[in-house]
Ligand binder design. Structure first.
Ligand code: SAM
Ligand code: SF4
Length: 337
């Protein structure tokens, strides 16, 4: 029997009729890696007073769930480098009304934290990995150690996480010859893998993005030389499209924000760690939640009203593939991937 469509519960509805029930909450702009597509080599991070405290992040999450948000993804920067982040995860895990608590991480600290994250109520984890070659991994992440990430993936598996998903950004000249080996690595472990097109968010300092961006149509063709892929009927309200690897448990997702535009189904907004509510990944439309949170006169109801009102300025779509459109200057670590 087909799944019943989930009932829409959210009070956050934009002027195009899209229901927002998913937030990506950035808990830090900092990271222990410096991936070439995400950051520059010498980053300046936000001063402590400018970032939301763990209590403020929790309040934002709670108020969103009271408005009907059912899914929260913790991201960054690297969420696991935020001091005392586990106390926030535990509180979010106990939030009434929240159906899914998700995490995107570079995996470097999962050996230690996979078990506690599962115990705190995290439902699913995405782990980023762009190469299976230690030297190349270091070139792409600038500082990361591959063996830590591989151990982190094993730890997440051992902790019993269901549907672990790897995220790989394929870039010409960096790792475009590893598409099949990354897919094989996931398939051997019965886990999923998403191939993400490099997005023009901020300027990459080590390369010109136009030279490196690989389309997912090309990535899919490469995988199909080795595996039979069956289109899946599963849709997510985002830029991911899933295929099933025939005869295997793994699914492959193609996240194609650059070459495809699925904005009409968008169900999400992002909150940056400085408290900016970003209404679209590819536009600068935002409101300053930090000012509201730090105004002692502002009640939860005022905060809720500001969130409901913000729906008016959610843009219809991004313009990543439009050369005449001014692209956001913020890097991905500030955006919350
Ligand atoms: N540090 C965590 C991680 O790496 O998974 C979470 C934050 S990171 C910004 C989230 C995701 O965004 C990662 O999978 C990363 O590969 C992806 N990402 C970062 N910059 C990107 C870009 N310019 N284009 C496409 N994906 C990007
Ligand atoms: Fe850090 Fe993730 Fe950005 Fe890499 S992609 S620099 S791990 S935030």
């Amino acid at each position: 029997m087909a799944d019943k469509p989930k009932q829409k519960t959210t009070k956050l509805i934009d002027k195009f009729g899209r229901h927002i029930d998913y937030i990506r909450l950035s808990v830090t702009d900092r990271c222990d890696f410096r991936c070439v597509y995400c950051m520059t080599e010498d980053m300046t991070f936000l001063p402590r007073k400018e970032i939301l405290t763990l209590e403020e992040l929790y309040r934002v999450a709670r108020v969103f769930t009271e408005l009907g948000v059912r899914k929260i993804r913790l991201t960054g920067g690297e969420p696991m480098v935020r001091s005392n982040v586990m106390s926030l995860v535990e509180k979010l895990g106990a939030l009434p009304g929240l159906e899914e608590l998700l995490l995107t991480t570079n995996g470097a600290q999962l050996e230690k934290y996979a078990g506690p994250l599962k115990a705190a109520g995290v439902n699913r984890i995405n782990i980023s990995i762009d190469s299976l070659d230690a030297q190349r991994f270091k070139r792409i992440s600038r500082v990361g150690k591959l063996d830590k990430v591989l151990a982190g993936i094993d730890a997440a598996n051992a902790a019993g996480f269901d549907r672990i998903k790897l995220n790989s950004v394929i870039m010409r000249g960096y790792n475009d010859d590893e598409v099949v080996s990354l897919a094989e690595y996931a398939i051997e472990r019965d886990i999923d893998i998403a191939f993400i097109e490099e997005m023009p968010l901020g300027e990459a300092s080590d390369h010109n993005r136009e030279d490196t961006t690989c389309s997912n149509a090309w990535v899919r063709k490469v995988i199909e030389e080795k595996f039979k892929l069956a289109d899946s009927t599963e849709t997510t309200a985002g830029p991911s499209r899933y295929v099933q690897v025939q005869g295997k448990k793994s699914r492959i997702a193609f996240i194609s924000p650059v070459t495809h535009n699925f904005c009409e189904d968008c169900n999400r907004v992002r909150v940056t760690v400085e408290g900016r509510l970003l209404l679209c990944l590819g536009n600068e439309h935002s409101i300053d939640l930090r000012a509201i949170l730090r105004d002692s006169q502002c009640s939860d109801d005022d905060l809720k009203q500001a969130l409901i009102d913000s729906m008016e300025i959610k843009p219809e779509r991004h313009y990543f593939f439009d050369k005449d459109h001014v692209q956001p200057v913020r890097l991905m670590n500030m955006t919350g991937g």
